[in-house]
Ligand binder design. Sequence first.
Ligand code: ATP
Ligand code: GCO
Length: 181
Amino acid sequence: MAKTAQQPVLVIMGVSGSGKSTVAGVLAGRLGWDLAEGDDLHPEANVAKMQAGHALSDEDRWPWLDIIADWIKERTAAGKPGIITCSALKKRYRDVLRGEGVVFVFLQGSKDKISDRLASRHGHFMPASLLESQFDALEAPTEDENHISLCVSASPAEEAEEIIERLGLEAQPAHTTGDAA
Ligand SMILES: Nc1ncnc2c1ncn2[C@@H]1O[C@H](COP(=O)(O)OP(=O)(O)OP(=O)(O)O)[C@@H](O)[C@H]1O
Ligand SMILES: O=C(O)[C@H](O)[C@@H](O)[C@H](O)[C@H](O)CO
């Protein structure tokens, strides 16, 4: 069971195609929290490299992880909650990101399942051919890491509800009627 600060920053992690962006988007809507897309924070050279079908190295990832860590720290320092997507595949990458109030949400799925998802995804810079390398790099979070793991078999809305429930977060009402005044 993950410990949650009152206003945590959630790092939605997992291999490419595990559903990070999709689930994070739903979750941010339900919680009304700031959302940052880790894909958008990559240095241009990283995106070009992935687009060309090459897996990133540790050296490629460090500057990107630093940018993500800065985003997280800004929020934890201000006591503001937030959600950020980041593959965070290796434990040493998560070491850069972890801290008081940071909870990792690991979206876990089989290679077959995620490969099917990537096969039907279009218009994304990350080629499905890199999935093997993502699983090669993946080190699942261990017990000593502040995290929860989710099997990615439900719908995005159900996954978001599971995260809210397991972390004891307070969602906004499902339907708001706007300003009554
Ligand atoms: N719970 C789900 N059920 C069914 N399909 C899903 C679910 N979550 C995501 N998908 C679909 O799977 C594909 C991959 O999802 P998404 O782009 O959110 O993954 P990602 O982990 O953010 O990938 P990347 O790291 O490459 O950006 C998308 O086409 C998305 O619509
Ligand atoms: O660590 C990595 O290899 C990268 O971050 C990738 O996972 C991509 O950013 C992304 O997930 C693909 O869209």
